[in-house]
Design a protein around this ligand. Structure first.
Ligand SMILES: Cc1cc2nc3c(=O)[nH]c(=O)nc-3n(C[C@H](O)[C@H](O)[C@H](O)COP(=O)(O)OP(=O)(O)OC[C@H]3O[C@@H](n4cnc5c(N)ncnc54)[C@H](O)[C@@H]3O)c2cc1C
Length: 395
Protein backbone atom coordinates (compact mmCIF):
# COMPACT_ATOMS: atom_id res chain seq x y z
CA UNK A 1 0.00 0.00 0.00
CA UNK A 2 2.71 2.51 0.87
CA UNK A 3 6.49 2.51 1.30
CA UNK A 4 7.68 1.44 4.70
CA UNK A 5 9.89 4.43 5.44
CA UNK A 6 12.47 4.81 8.20
CA UNK A 7 12.32 8.00 10.26
CA UNK A 8 14.97 10.49 9.11
CA UNK A 9 16.47 13.13 11.39
CA UNK A 10 15.29 16.13 9.35
CA UNK A 11 12.33 17.08 7.13
CA UNK A 12 10.96 20.30 5.67
CA UNK A 13 7.55 19.56 7.20
CA UNK A 14 6.36 17.16 9.89
CA UNK A 15 2.67 16.32 10.23
CA UNK A 16 1.76 14.95 13.65
CA UNK A 17 -1.16 12.50 13.41
CA UNK A 18 -1.84 9.98 10.65
CA UNK A 19 -5.61 10.36 10.44
CA UNK A 20 -7.42 11.60 7.36
CA UNK A 21 -6.54 15.26 7.93
CA UNK A 22 -2.82 14.60 8.47
CA UNK A 23 -2.55 12.31 5.45
CA UNK A 24 -4.56 14.68 3.24
CA UNK A 25 -2.35 17.59 4.34
CA UNK A 26 0.77 15.63 3.40
CA UNK A 27 -0.75 14.59 0.08
CA UNK A 28 -1.78 18.14 -0.91
CA UNK A 29 1.61 19.53 0.22
CA UNK A 30 3.18 17.21 -2.35
CA UNK A 31 0.50 17.44 -5.03
CA UNK A 32 -0.39 21.14 -4.91
CA UNK A 33 2.87 22.69 -3.69
CA UNK A 34 5.61 20.23 -4.62
CA UNK A 35 6.68 19.99 -0.96
CA UNK A 36 7.66 16.33 -0.69
CA UNK A 37 10.27 16.22 2.09
CA UNK A 38 7.48 15.50 4.55
CA UNK A 39 6.91 12.96 7.35
CA UNK A 40 3.55 11.98 8.80
CA UNK A 41 4.18 10.73 12.34
CA UNK A 42 1.42 8.57 13.83
CA UNK A 43 1.51 7.13 17.34
CA UNK A 44 -0.68 4.14 16.41
CA UNK A 45 -1.68 3.02 12.96
CA UNK A 46 -2.84 5.04 9.98
CA UNK A 47 -6.57 5.80 10.31
CA UNK A 48 -6.78 4.22 13.79
CA UNK A 49 -8.17 7.40 15.37
CA UNK A 50 -11.51 9.02 14.57
CA UNK A 51 -10.99 8.56 10.85
CA UNK A 52 -11.41 4.81 11.19
CA UNK A 53 -14.11 5.09 13.87
CA UNK A 54 -16.66 7.44 12.37
CA UNK A 55 -20.04 6.89 10.78
CA UNK A 56 -18.81 8.27 7.43
CA UNK A 57 -21.52 10.83 6.65
CA UNK A 58 -20.41 13.40 4.08
CA UNK A 59 -22.59 16.48 3.55
CA UNK A 60 -22.41 20.24 3.16
CA UNK A 61 -25.76 21.18 4.71
CA UNK A 62 -24.40 24.01 6.82
CA UNK A 63 -26.05 27.27 7.80
CA UNK A 64 -23.44 30.00 7.51
CA UNK A 65 -21.81 30.97 4.17
CA UNK A 66 -18.29 30.39 5.55
CA UNK A 67 -19.13 26.82 6.58
CA UNK A 68 -21.07 26.10 3.40
CA UNK A 69 -18.12 27.21 1.24
CA UNK A 70 -15.68 25.11 3.27
CA UNK A 71 -17.74 21.92 3.41
CA UNK A 72 -19.04 22.11 -0.14
CA UNK A 73 -15.50 22.45 -1.47
CA UNK A 74 -14.76 19.28 0.51
CA UNK A 75 -17.80 17.52 -0.95
CA UNK A 76 -16.67 18.51 -4.46
CA UNK A 77 -13.21 17.07 -3.72
CA UNK A 78 -14.90 13.87 -2.46
CA UNK A 79 -16.85 13.62 -5.71
CA UNK A 80 -13.54 13.27 -7.59
CA UNK A 81 -11.45 11.60 -4.90
CA UNK A 82 -11.60 7.99 -6.06
CA UNK A 83 -10.17 8.88 -9.47
CA UNK A 84 -7.78 11.46 -7.99
CA UNK A 85 -6.25 8.86 -5.65
CA UNK A 86 -6.89 5.90 -7.95
CA UNK A 87 -8.47 4.22 -4.94
CA UNK A 88 -12.06 3.12 -4.50
CA UNK A 89 -13.29 5.10 -1.51
CA UNK A 90 -16.84 3.77 -2.08
CA UNK A 91 -18.35 7.25 -2.08
CA UNK A 92 -22.10 6.79 -2.34
CA UNK A 93 -24.20 9.94 -2.81
CA UNK A 94 -27.34 8.41 -1.40
CA UNK A 95 -28.64 11.67 0.04
CA UNK A 96 -29.20 12.76 3.62
CA UNK A 97 -32.62 13.45 5.08
CA UNK A 98 -33.10 15.41 8.28
CA UNK A 99 -36.48 14.89 9.90
CA UNK A 100 -38.41 17.43 11.96
CA UNK A 101 -40.76 16.25 14.70
CA UNK A 102 -42.51 19.43 15.79
CA UNK A 103 -43.71 22.75 14.34
CA UNK A 104 -40.60 24.40 15.75
CA UNK A 105 -38.24 21.88 14.19
CA UNK A 106 -40.07 22.30 10.90
CA UNK A 107 -39.54 26.07 11.11
CA UNK A 108 -35.87 25.41 11.80
CA UNK A 109 -35.68 23.04 8.81
CA UNK A 110 -37.28 25.65 6.53
CA UNK A 111 -34.82 28.33 7.68
CA UNK A 112 -31.98 25.86 7.22
CA UNK A 113 -33.06 25.03 3.65
CA UNK A 114 -33.37 28.75 2.88
CA UNK A 115 -29.86 29.41 4.20
CA UNK A 116 -28.42 26.49 2.26
CA UNK A 117 -29.99 27.64 -0.97
CA UNK A 118 -28.68 31.18 -0.44
CA UNK A 119 -25.28 29.55 0.03
CA UNK A 120 -25.70 27.76 -3.31
CA UNK A 121 -26.06 24.29 -1.76
CA UNK A 122 -28.67 21.82 -3.06
CA UNK A 123 -31.49 21.28 -0.62
CA UNK A 124 -35.22 20.48 -0.72
CA UNK A 125 -37.93 20.61 1.90
CA UNK A 126 -39.89 17.36 2.16
CA UNK A 127 -43.38 16.70 3.46
CA UNK A 128 -44.29 13.57 5.43
CA UNK A 129 -45.57 11.71 2.38
CA UNK A 130 -42.30 12.23 0.54
CA UNK A 131 -40.29 11.09 3.57
CA UNK A 132 -42.45 7.99 4.00
CA UNK A 133 -41.85 7.12 0.36
CA UNK A 134 -38.09 7.57 0.66
CA UNK A 135 -37.80 5.67 3.96
CA UNK A 136 -40.65 3.12 4.15
CA UNK A 137 -39.34 1.58 7.39
CA UNK A 138 -39.62 4.87 9.29
CA UNK A 139 -42.69 5.19 11.51
CA UNK A 140 -44.34 8.42 10.35
CA UNK A 141 -47.75 7.73 11.90
CA UNK A 142 -49.27 10.40 14.12
CA UNK A 143 -49.25 7.94 17.02
CA UNK A 144 -45.48 7.43 16.76
CA UNK A 145 -43.40 8.40 19.78
CA UNK A 146 -41.60 10.87 17.48
CA UNK A 147 -44.19 11.83 14.85
CA UNK A 148 -42.57 13.18 11.70
CA UNK A 149 -43.78 16.62 10.55
CA UNK A 150 -41.51 16.91 7.52
CA UNK A 151 -37.87 17.48 6.86
CA UNK A 152 -35.36 18.20 4.14
CA UNK A 153 -32.87 16.42 1.94
CA UNK A 154 -29.46 17.16 0.52
CA UNK A 155 -29.24 14.73 -2.38
CA UNK A 156 -25.49 15.12 -2.97
CA UNK A 157 -24.72 14.01 0.60
CA UNK A 158 -23.78 10.41 1.30
CA UNK A 159 -21.22 8.07 2.79
CA UNK A 160 -17.75 6.73 1.92
CA UNK A 161 -15.59 3.98 3.28
CA UNK A 162 -13.56 5.63 6.06
CA UNK A 163 -10.47 3.36 5.99
CA UNK A 164 -10.26 3.72 2.24
CA UNK A 165 -10.05 7.50 2.54
CA UNK A 166 -7.10 7.18 4.94
CA UNK A 167 -5.41 4.43 2.92
CA UNK A 168 -5.99 6.19 -0.41
CA UNK A 169 -4.40 9.43 0.83
CA UNK A 170 -1.56 7.49 2.51
CA UNK A 171 -0.73 5.57 -0.64
CA UNK A 172 -0.92 8.63 -2.88
CA UNK A 173 1.19 10.74 -0.47
CA UNK A 174 3.78 7.97 -0.17
CA UNK A 175 3.98 7.68 -3.97
CA UNK A 176 4.89 11.39 -4.06
CA UNK A 177 7.72 10.93 -1.55
CA UNK A 178 6.06 11.46 1.85
CA UNK A 179 7.38 9.23 4.67
CA UNK A 180 4.60 7.63 6.71
CA UNK A 181 5.85 6.60 10.13
CA UNK A 182 3.53 4.49 12.30
CA UNK A 183 3.92 3.46 15.95
CA UNK A 184 5.87 6.62 16.71
CA UNK A 185 4.52 9.01 19.33
CA UNK A 186 5.31 12.70 19.44
CA UNK A 187 6.27 13.43 23.05
CA UNK A 188 7.32 17.08 22.86
CA UNK A 189 8.51 19.96 20.71
CA UNK A 190 11.97 21.39 20.13
CA UNK A 191 12.17 25.18 20.36
CA UNK A 192 14.57 27.01 18.05
CA UNK A 193 16.72 29.88 19.31
CA UNK A 194 14.21 32.42 17.89
CA UNK A 195 11.26 30.90 19.77
CA UNK A 196 9.85 29.18 16.70
CA UNK A 197 9.34 25.44 16.72
CA UNK A 198 12.24 23.55 15.11
CA UNK A 199 11.41 19.89 15.62
CA UNK A 200 9.70 17.20 17.67
CA UNK A 201 10.80 14.69 20.29
CA UNK A 202 9.37 11.30 19.48
CA UNK A 203 9.46 7.78 20.89
CA UNK A 204 11.98 7.09 18.07
CA UNK A 205 14.16 10.13 18.81
CA UNK A 206 14.43 13.79 17.84
CA UNK A 207 13.36 14.89 14.36
CA UNK A 208 13.91 18.41 13.06
CA UNK A 209 11.63 20.45 10.77
CA UNK A 210 10.96 24.16 10.35
CA UNK A 211 7.24 23.64 9.91
CA UNK A 212 4.99 21.31 11.85
CA UNK A 213 1.29 20.58 11.34
CA UNK A 214 -0.78 19.31 14.25
CA UNK A 215 -3.65 17.06 13.13
CA UNK A 216 -4.40 15.01 16.23
CA UNK A 217 -8.16 15.66 16.74
CA UNK A 218 -9.11 14.72 20.34
CA UNK A 219 -5.45 14.95 21.44
CA UNK A 220 -4.98 18.53 20.22
CA UNK A 221 -5.05 20.04 23.71
CA UNK A 222 -2.50 17.47 24.93
CA UNK A 223 -0.05 18.37 22.16
CA UNK A 224 -0.78 22.10 22.51
CA UNK A 225 0.08 21.89 26.22
CA UNK A 226 3.41 20.28 25.28
CA UNK A 227 4.05 23.25 22.99
CA UNK A 228 3.12 25.70 25.76
CA UNK A 229 -0.32 26.99 24.83
CA UNK A 230 -3.97 26.08 25.37
CA UNK A 231 -6.84 25.60 22.95
CA UNK A 232 -10.60 26.19 23.35
CA UNK A 233 -11.25 22.47 22.85
CA UNK A 234 -12.92 19.85 25.04
CA UNK A 235 -12.39 16.18 24.22
CA UNK A 236 -15.46 13.95 24.48
CA UNK A 237 -16.20 10.38 23.49
CA UNK A 238 -18.57 9.93 20.55
CA UNK A 239 -20.04 6.47 19.97
CA UNK A 240 -20.98 4.52 16.88
CA UNK A 241 -22.99 1.30 16.63
CA UNK A 242 -23.23 -1.33 13.91
CA UNK A 243 -25.95 -3.99 13.69
CA UNK A 244 -25.83 -7.47 12.27
CA UNK A 245 -26.10 -7.44 8.46
CA UNK A 246 -29.60 -7.08 6.99
CA UNK A 247 -31.09 -7.11 3.53
CA UNK A 248 -31.36 -3.54 2.13
CA UNK A 249 -33.78 -1.59 4.32
CA UNK A 250 -32.62 2.03 4.16
CA UNK A 251 -30.85 3.51 1.15
CA UNK A 252 -30.25 7.02 2.38
CA UNK A 253 -28.83 8.66 5.51
CA UNK A 254 -31.43 9.73 8.05
CA UNK A 255 -30.92 12.11 10.91
CA UNK A 256 -33.64 12.98 13.39
CA UNK A 257 -33.67 16.45 14.91
CA UNK A 258 -35.70 15.23 17.90
CA UNK A 259 -33.54 12.28 18.95
CA UNK A 260 -30.20 13.26 17.43
CA UNK A 261 -29.68 9.76 16.05
CA UNK A 262 -28.54 9.18 12.51
CA UNK A 263 -28.63 5.94 10.62
CA UNK A 264 -27.51 4.52 7.29
CA UNK A 265 -26.86 1.03 5.95
CA UNK A 266 -23.40 -0.11 4.94
CA UNK A 267 -22.70 -2.08 1.77
CA UNK A 268 -22.20 -5.15 4.01
CA UNK A 269 -25.76 -4.65 5.28
CA UNK A 270 -25.03 -3.46 8.81
CA UNK A 271 -27.01 -0.52 10.11
CA UNK A 272 -24.51 2.19 11.01
CA UNK A 273 -25.88 4.31 13.85
CA UNK A 274 -24.56 7.41 15.53
CA UNK A 275 -25.92 9.68 18.23
CA UNK A 276 -24.91 12.53 20.54
CA UNK A 277 -21.75 13.02 22.55
CA UNK A 278 -20.89 11.22 25.75
CA UNK A 279 -21.05 14.39 27.80
CA UNK A 280 -18.02 13.87 30.01
CA UNK A 281 -14.40 14.48 29.23
CA UNK A 282 -12.56 11.30 28.35
CA UNK A 283 -9.71 9.78 26.37
CA UNK A 284 -11.12 6.23 26.58
CA UNK A 285 -12.21 5.11 23.14
CA UNK A 286 -15.37 3.39 24.31
CA UNK A 287 -18.71 4.85 25.22
CA UNK A 288 -20.99 4.78 28.25
CA UNK A 289 -24.07 2.57 28.30
CA UNK A 290 -26.59 5.35 29.07
CA UNK A 291 -25.91 7.00 25.69
CA UNK A 292 -26.00 3.60 23.99
CA UNK A 293 -29.40 2.83 25.54
CA UNK A 294 -30.79 6.20 24.50
CA UNK A 295 -29.54 5.90 20.93
CA UNK A 296 -30.75 2.37 20.37
CA UNK A 297 -34.07 3.12 22.09
CA UNK A 298 -34.59 6.00 19.67
CA UNK A 299 -33.88 3.77 16.68
CA UNK A 300 -36.37 1.20 17.98
CA UNK A 301 -39.02 3.92 18.42
CA UNK A 302 -38.50 5.35 14.95
CA UNK A 303 -38.09 2.01 13.16
CA UNK A 304 -40.41 -0.48 14.91
CA UNK A 305 -39.56 -3.19 12.37
CA UNK A 306 -35.92 -3.09 13.50
CA UNK A 307 -36.63 -3.71 17.17
CA UNK A 308 -35.32 -7.27 17.16
CA UNK A 309 -32.19 -6.55 15.16
CA UNK A 310 -29.08 -7.34 17.14
CA UNK A 311 -26.23 -4.92 17.67
CA UNK A 312 -22.92 -6.35 16.53
CA UNK A 313 -20.33 -3.82 17.67
CA UNK A 314 -20.00 -0.43 19.27
CA UNK A 315 -17.04 1.81 20.02
CA UNK A 316 -16.14 5.46 20.51
CA UNK A 317 -13.64 7.96 19.22
CA UNK A 318 -12.38 11.04 21.03
CA UNK A 319 -13.64 14.13 19.29
CA UNK A 320 -12.29 17.66 19.63
CA UNK A 321 -15.26 19.90 20.37
CA UNK A 322 -14.99 23.66 19.98
CA UNK A 323 -17.58 26.06 21.51
CA UNK A 324 -18.86 27.20 18.08
CA UNK A 325 -18.77 23.71 16.48
CA UNK A 326 -16.45 24.90 13.71
CA UNK A 327 -12.90 23.75 12.98
CA UNK A 328 -9.67 25.58 13.72
CA UNK A 329 -7.34 25.78 10.72
CA UNK A 330 -4.22 27.91 10.62
CA UNK A 331 -1.43 29.28 12.77
CA UNK A 332 -0.93 28.46 16.44
CA UNK A 333 0.59 30.86 18.98
CA UNK A 334 3.97 29.15 18.34
CA UNK A 335 5.64 30.20 15.09
CA UNK A 336 6.05 27.33 12.65
CA UNK A 337 3.38 25.21 14.35
CA UNK A 338 0.11 24.98 12.42
CA UNK A 339 -3.27 23.68 13.56
CA UNK A 340 -6.00 21.60 11.96
CA UNK A 341 -8.40 20.56 14.71
CA UNK A 342 -11.76 21.29 16.31
CA UNK A 343 -13.74 19.30 13.73
CA UNK A 344 -15.57 17.63 16.59
CA UNK A 345 -18.24 15.22 15.46
CA UNK A 346 -18.06 16.22 11.78
CA UNK A 347 -14.53 16.18 10.42
CA UNK A 348 -14.63 13.11 8.20
CA UNK A 349 -16.47 15.11 5.57
CA UNK A 350 -13.88 17.86 6.02
CA UNK A 351 -10.81 15.71 5.38
CA UNK A 352 -10.15 16.84 1.79
CA UNK A 353 -10.65 20.53 2.51
CA UNK A 354 -8.82 20.35 5.85
CA UNK A 355 -5.81 18.87 4.11
CA UNK A 356 -6.06 21.21 1.13
CA UNK A 357 -6.23 24.40 3.19
CA UNK A 358 -3.64 23.44 5.82
CA UNK A 359 -1.19 22.42 3.08
CA UNK A 360 -1.76 25.82 1.46
CA UNK A 361 -1.05 27.66 4.71
CA UNK A 362 2.07 25.63 5.50
CA UNK A 363 3.46 25.95 1.97
CA UNK A 364 2.65 29.61 1.28
CA UNK A 365 2.66 31.08 4.79
CA UNK A 366 -0.80 32.54 4.14
CA UNK A 367 -4.23 31.23 5.11
CA UNK A 368 -6.27 29.72 2.32
CA UNK A 369 -9.28 32.03 1.65
CA UNK A 370 -11.69 29.19 2.54
CA UNK A 371 -9.97 28.67 5.90
CA UNK A 372 -9.41 32.32 6.78
CA UNK A 373 -12.60 32.64 8.90
CA UNK A 374 -11.63 29.49 10.83
CA UNK A 375 -8.42 30.74 12.47
CA UNK A 376 -7.79 30.51 16.21
CA UNK A 377 -7.99 34.29 16.32
CA UNK A 378 -11.80 34.17 16.13
CA UNK A 379 -11.95 33.28 19.82
CA UNK A 380 -10.22 36.60 20.56
CA UNK A 381 -12.17 38.75 18.11
CA UNK A 382 -15.51 37.07 18.74
CA UNK A 383 -16.11 36.29 15.05
CA UNK A 384 -17.44 32.84 15.86
CA UNK A 385 -19.22 30.69 13.28
CA UNK A 386 -21.73 29.09 15.58
CA UNK A 387 -23.16 26.23 13.55
CA UNK A 388 -24.50 24.42 16.62
CA UNK A 389 -26.62 27.41 17.64
CA UNK A 390 -27.82 28.00 14.08
CA UNK A 391 -29.02 24.51 13.30
CA UNK A 392 -29.79 23.14 16.73
CA UNK A 393 -27.41 20.18 16.40
CA UNK A 394 -23.75 19.66 17.22
CA UNK A 395 -21.92 19.16 13.93
C1 LIG B 1 -18.23 7.73 16.41
C2 LIG B 1 -17.88 8.88 15.51
C3 LIG B 1 -18.73 9.20 14.47
C4 LIG B 1 -18.41 10.23 13.61
N1 LIG B 1 -19.20 10.44 12.53
C5 LIG B 1 -18.85 11.35 11.59
C6 LIG B 1 -19.59 11.47 10.40
O1 LIG B 1 -20.55 10.72 10.17
N2 LIG B 1 -19.21 12.41 9.50
C7 LIG B 1 -18.15 13.24 9.72
O2 LIG B 1 -17.88 14.09 8.89
N3 LIG B 1 -17.38 13.11 10.84
C8 LIG B 1 -17.70 12.19 11.78
N4 LIG B 1 -16.95 12.04 12.92
C9 LIG B 1 -15.81 12.95 13.15
C10 LIG B 1 -14.59 12.53 12.34
O3 LIG B 1 -14.34 11.16 12.52
C11 LIG B 1 -13.37 13.32 12.77
O4 LIG B 1 -13.65 14.71 12.84
C12 LIG B 1 -12.21 13.13 11.79
O5 LIG B 1 -12.02 11.77 11.51
C13 LIG B 1 -10.95 13.71 12.37
O6 LIG B 1 -9.87 13.32 11.55
P1 LIG B 1 -8.41 13.62 12.04
O7 LIG B 1 -7.49 13.14 10.99
O8 LIG B 1 -8.33 15.06 12.45
O9 LIG B 1 -8.28 12.81 13.41
P2 LIG B 1 -7.96 11.28 13.70
O10 LIG B 1 -8.46 10.39 12.63
O11 LIG B 1 -8.42 11.02 15.10
O12 LIG B 1 -6.40 11.24 13.61
C14 LIG B 1 -5.58 11.82 14.60
C15 LIG B 1 -4.40 10.89 14.78
O13 LIG B 1 -3.45 11.51 15.64
C16 LIG B 1 -2.79 10.48 16.32
N5 LIG B 1 -2.09 11.06 17.49
C17 LIG B 1 -2.64 11.54 18.62
N6 LIG B 1 -1.66 11.94 19.46
C18 LIG B 1 -0.48 11.71 18.83
C19 LIG B 1 0.89 11.88 19.18
N7 LIG B 1 1.24 12.40 20.37
N8 LIG B 1 1.85 11.51 18.30
C20 LIG B 1 1.52 10.99 17.08
N9 LIG B 1 0.24 10.79 16.70
C21 LIG B 1 -0.75 11.15 17.57
C22 LIG B 1 -3.91 9.52 16.70
O14 LIG B 1 -3.42 8.23 16.97
C23 LIG B 1 -4.79 9.57 15.44
O15 LIG B 1 -4.54 8.51 14.55
C24 LIG B 1 -17.24 11.01 13.81
C25 LIG B 1 -16.38 10.71 14.88
C26 LIG B 1 -16.69 9.64 15.71
C27 LIG B 1 -15.75 9.30 16.82
Amino acid sequence: MWRSAGLRSKYDVIIVGGGGHGLATAYYLARNHNVTNVAVIEKGWVGGGNTGRNTTVIRSNYYYPESAALYDFSLCLYERLASELNYNIMFSQRGMIITAHSRHELDLAARWVGAMRRNGIDSELLDVTAIAKLIPALDVSTSARFPVCGGFIQKRAGTARHDAVAWGYARAASERGVDIIQNCEVLGFVAGSDGAVSGVETSMGRVMAGKIGLTVAGHSTVLAALAGFSLPITSYGLQAYVSEPLKPVIDTVLMSLATGIYISQSDKGGLVIGAGLDRYVSYAQRGNSAVLRDAIGSVAEQFPSLRRVRLLRHWAGIVDVVPDSSPIIGESPVRGLYLNCGWGTGGFKGIPVGGWTLAHHIATGKPHPLAEPFGLDRFRTGALIDEAAASGIAH
